[in-house]
Write a protein that binds this ligand. Sequence first.
Ligand SMILES: Nc1nc2c(ncn2[C@@H]2O[C@H](COP(=O)(O)OP(=O)(O)OP(=O)(O)O)[C@@H](O)[C@H]2O)c(=O)[nH]1
Ligand SMILES: [Mg+2]
Length: 373
Amino acid sequence: MIKKKCIGCGIELQFEDKNKEGYVPEEKFLMHDNLLCQRCFKIKNYGENLVNNFGREDYLKEVSESVKKSDIILPIFDIIDFEGSFTEEILDFLRDYRSIILVNKIDLMPDFIHPAEISNWIKDRLAEEDIVPDDIAFISAKSKYGINGIIRKIKNIFPNKNVKATVLGVSNVGKSSVINLLLGNNRITTSKYSGTTLKSINNKIPNSEITIIDTPGLIPDGRVSDFISAESGLKLVPAGEISRKTFKLEENQVFMFDAFCRFKVLGNELLESGSKPIFSAYTSKSVKFHVTREERVKDLLNGSFFEILQESEKENYFKNEFVNCEVEIEENEELAIAGLGWINVKRGPLKIKLEIPKQVKVIVRPSIFKNKK
Ligand SMILES: Nc1nc2c(ncn2[C@@H]2O[C@H](COP(=O)(O)OP(=O)(O)OP(=O)(O)O)[C@@H](O)[C@H]2O)c(=O)[nH]1
Ligand SMILES: [Mg+2]
């Protein structure tokens, strides 16, 4: 029996079971090549969010197998959700293989930031993990920025050689979108929902000796966006430039990061000048920030002020185990919350008591953007 693969998601095609992955009608299977499975057809034409039966281990195995066959890896990180996309599994691959790091979605950065300004920040984060990539490229699949540079960088490292390059990263960072741009067509299925690519997909980049391999998205731990429904999760993914708002809080005031987490400002006697800490919060435009008193928190959470989580979903979210932790964030540092956003301290230190689901990844890091405005 001949084997054929879906060009959109990489799954092996079959015509026996309509409800299983990889289905195409028998006559199509027999008569045509370059086929799209039924699932890809529905995603491409109707934007549906179709769940599949693959899990974390299946994806990791698939990625590992492609990586083993490659000369170089191209891990993609999301500049806006860097912590959500910077995972141990990817760092492990980076320790073992040559790499060009692709930092995607730079179209979502505030307009006063130039990518070159964050180059050292990325290098420092990698150096902390003992990783020195061959190169770093700042790109945007949306605005097509930096795409040709990727091919140039690969050719610089491997002149006159057939090269296999595997693109990898957590789900939804834009792996397939970037590869489609490199190929100059839209053959691979992309979607706003996670879990679109199911298997590795090999393609030759036109007019080059480079085989570029797409892989399924690795499933990260600890993104707030993964604790809620796919539909609500989309609201945490910025559709345009991220929003930024600056705050100066009194002691005991509570800052609410929508309904997702909150913190109380602890005594500000830490500021020698006697002035209050100032911080900016960054997130997607649909996420609401709110400052209130502790007594009001419950009512706000129970009411309809915060709009992303509707009733039953809110109930489920608050079934997660929450922790209370004291955190001190120095001036020019920030508190990053995977899958949600970050708090950048402009005048500090900012000492807080943070209440957040235990499983969410929270990190204090040096500021990604220098404060200018
Ligand atoms: N704003 C912005 N959105 C992007 C960019 N690149 C990709 N996206 C969007 O991110 C979403 C995911 O894109 P995909 O290319 O399907 O991502 P993927 O990494 O292949 O996802 P999986 O196959 O599920 O692992 C889509 O809604 C894209 O339009 C970018 O540079 N900027
Ligand atoms: Mg994909």
